[in-house]
Design a protein around this ligand. Structure first.
Ligand SMILES: [Zn+2]
Length: 199
């Protein structure tokens, strides 16, 4: 790989930091943008800046949003009695694509992982408890990933919330063990949701 100095090198470096983008792809994207009409590059940089400046956490569910509360929390047609707890905003997108869930979400922004130094205090659990005290919630569906961290997080949340008299369920392991919710297709997610079991 050639060593590019200056502004071009900087651009390649920035792209190579993106998840899933290696140095070769970074170089390809950089040169594509430099060779394309100016407005292509401007549109991209505007979109990045605008999204980054305007996206914040929903004050209810902690999902990423540009309006607060987000469009899901603000939708009167959705059931407020059921909250599906997921690890990441991309998991909400996966669940929404499956079209099988009509309740609300809560996004933890991670999972408990002692090896990575992530304890419960680093997740949006305080916010969840605040919700449970304020709203009348009948069921919590724990849809954290079916791997060690996701299971540990589900167990922790079940112990924490069951004393509040709320039904706590875990999505079925129709998902392969160690899998990530975001990669599951709609049918698998729907089945996992339907087959959920009380913890
Ligand atoms: Zn929300």
């Amino acid at each position: 790989l050639l060593n590019h100095a200056g502004v071009v090198g900087r651009l390649i470096n920035e792209f190579s930091m993106l998840p899933g983008v290696g140095p070769k792809t970074a170089q390809r994207i950089a040169f594509y943008l430099l060779n394309a009409p100016e407005e292509v590059a401007h549109r991209l940089s505007d979109a990045v800046r605008e999204a980054r400046d305007n996206i914040k956490y929903c004050s209810v569910c902690s999902n990423l949003t540009d309006i607060d509360p987000c469009t899901i929390c603000g939708n009167d047609k959705r059931s407020k009695a059921v909250i599906c707890i997921v690890q990441e905003p991309r998991d909400v997108i996966a669940m929404e694509k499956s079209r099988s869930f009509k309740g609300l979400y809560h996004v933890l922004h991670g999972a408990i992982s002692p090896m990575d130094g992530i304890g419960p205090e680093k997740l949006k659990i305080k916010e969840l408890l605040g919700r449970l005290h304020k709203e009348k919630v009948e069921e919590l569906i724990l849809a954290t990933n079916p791997n060690v961290e996701g299971d540990a997080t589900a167990l922790y949340l079940a112990r924490l919330t069951k004393p509040l008299g709320i039904k706590v369920t875990r999505i079925a392991h129709g998902l392969p063990v160690g899998a990530y919710l975001e990669y599951a297709d709609g049918v698998t997610l729907t089945k996992a949701l339907e087959g959920r079991q009380e913890m």
